[in-house]
Design a protein around this ligand. Structure first.
Ligand SMILES: Cc1cc2nc3c(=O)[nH]c(=O)nc-3n(C[C@H](O)[C@H](O)[C@H](O)COP(=O)(O)OP(=O)(O)OC[C@H]3O[C@@H](n4cnc5c(N)ncnc54)[C@H](O)[C@@H]3O)c2cc1C
Length: 480
């Protein structure tokens, strides 16, 4: 019997698991995918927003401003990368300047510090590639950028260090209540019992709610956002996050510098029927190019390396829905967590745990360890450190991913480390092998061979991502 089952291992579920692991009690995270951070958490702009945009008084406004601040603590505790970019929301005419003034008032009301409006000339002095038609900019210095799935790994690894458990490839298919406990059925087969249930299933949170509620408290309509990714050799072309003025469709199509030097152009905003439809489209790419044309000049499209899309959990509740079920005690919905959910996630976790504590007793552990050490990046070490490591393990001397300079030893660590993975994309998420200019063209088959060797699987059984997704079907040459 568990004390808490958390459904979903996105940024919200993993942060909640970490927060719960500060307290006595057994915590289990159930995730339907083969890896942590596979849905919204892998496909977003990676911005820790300042909190300037949500309507004052909403939970979104409160938790995004608090979440932004909590990332300062998390940077030290979880050893996660943070880029203090700052942001400009840019205006092109009198109407948009008026929107900027409203946004500044909203930012101040929400408690965002150091927000101010500057002239277009001043913004261009700092960001020379901003478009010459920009007349004013709202400067938001507390905006930052992170590496979302690394944050989710870090939170989950730290939760595991503090006693939590996770089961991947475990889709919750049914939930029933029996003798003061909940019985959670997984993959139509296994069952787990728990006193508390936390529904953190992202775009599927309304489906999970419908397993238990006679009337689902909210409906999620999936909203797709597409992106173009520029290679990290464009680093420095833009250093701030650049937003257009927001519209009723949201924060708009942005320019966002990323942790490793890449720049994202996007996201679009289109309602779709399918919660898992992450195909990119010609229309999406055209919309991005049209919209960012007004933000900057000399856009280096010749450095495009890929496109991708993510699905937002947009709800008809129009705010984060974080509440205990009215009919089922100890069953909490953490639903409708669309943007700025990445920003708010650490604050969502503390808000939820405080909510539980308000009604039920939770005892804080005396031996909780908040610290987690990240995997090392060999090419960032100095020569002396590199030599010492190479002498201990010569696999640091074999470069596998040439674009991102990732060695064989780092790939083995990504396979065997805490929360390790045995899929090609899982290794890409952990070690960045395949994230560079060639997008795995050179190293993917090398990564596959290393996974096969380390996990003692045949090469045709190594999955790309998820169960039964091999990229090699059979041997084509007869070995002598
Ligand atoms: C295009 C786009 C851009 C965005 N940009 C930003 C941004 O820059 N900054 C920001 O703050 N926010 C941004 N967001 C929002 C942010 O990404 C999300 O709010 C956040 O990732 C939500 O995390 P989550 O854990 O709730 O959801 P998810 O990451 O979707 O996790 C939910 C998990 O639940 C699992 N699950 C679902 N059903 C089941 C089941 N039956 N059994 C077991 N597991 C299940 C899923 O597999 C998934 O892993 C953006 C979102 C999108 C889509």
């Amino acid at each position: 019997m568990y004390d808490h089952i958390v459904i979903g291992a996105g940024i919200v579920g993993t942060m909640i698991a970490r927060e719960l692991s500060r307290h006595e009690g057994k915590v289990l995270v159930l995730e339907k995918e083969s890896d942590v951070a596979n849905h919204q958490t892998i496909a977003n702009s990676a911005i820790i927003h300042s909190g300037h945009d949500p309507k004052p008084g909403t939970l979104k406004a409160k938790l995004s401003v608090t979440g932004n601040r909590l990332y300062e603590t998390l940077e030290k505790e979880l050893d996660i990368p943070i880029l203090n970019t700052g942001a400009y929301v840019v205006a092109h005419d009198a109407f948009e300047e008026h929107v900027l003034s409203d946004l500044l008032s909203r930012a101040r009301e929400n408690g965002v510090s150091r927000a101010e409006i500057i002239s277009g000339e001043r913004a261009r002095e700092i960001e020379p590639n901003l478009h010459e038609t920009i007349t004013k900019a709202l400067s938001l210095p507390t905006t930052r950028v992170t590496y979302p799935w690394e944050v989710a790994f870090a939170a989950m690894e730290n939760a595991i260090e503090n006693g939590a458990e996770i089961r991947l490839n475990s889709e919750v298919t049914k939930i029933t209540e029996s003798d003061g406990a909940y019985v959670v059925e997984v993959n139509n087969r296994d069952t787990f019992e728990s006193r508390f249930i936390i529904n953190a299933a992202g775009v599927f949170s309304d489906d999970i709610a419908s397993f238990i509620e006679t009337e689902t408290p909210l409906r999620i309509t999936p909203r797709k956002g597409e992106y173009i990714v520029l290679d990290r050799r464009v680093k420095g072309w833009i250093n701030h996050v650049i937003y257009p003025v927001p519209t009723d469709k949201g924060k708009g199509v942005l320019l966002t510098p990323q942790i490793h030097g890449n720049i994202l152009l996007g996201p679009t905003s289109v309602f779709v029927d399918d919660k898992e439809n992450v195909k990119t489209t010609q229309e999406g790419i055209a919309t991005i190019k049209k919209d960012v044309a007004a933000l900057a000049r000399n856009i280096p499209y010749d450095r495009t390396i890929r496109s991708f899309s993510g699905i937002r959990a947009t709800s008809d509740y129009h705010d984060f829905y974080i509440k205990e079920s009215t009919q089922h005690p100890r069953f909490y919905h953490v639903a409708g967590i669309d943007s700025p959910g990445l920003t708010a996630a650490p604050a969502i976790a503390t808000y939820l745990v405080d909510l539980i504590k308000d009604t039920y007793a939770l005892t804080r552990k005396t031996d909780f360890n908040p610290y987690r050490k990240k995997r090392l990046t060999y090419h960032k070490l100095n020569d002396k450190e590199k030599k010492a490591l190479f002498e201990k393990d010569p696999r640091y001397g074999r470069l596998v991913c040439k674009c991102e300079k990732i060695t064989e030893a780092e790939i083995v660590e990504a396979i065997k480390g805490p929360l390790g993975s045995d899929t090609i994309k899982g290794i890409k998420k952990r070690a960045r092998a395949g994230s560079g200019l060639c997008q795995g063209g050179y190293c993917e088959h090398e990564v596959l061979k290393i996974i096969a060797r380390e996990t003692k699987k045949s090469k045709t059984n190594v999955d790309y991502y998820g169960k039964n997704t091999p990229i090699l079907l059979r041997e084509t040459k007869v070995k002598s």
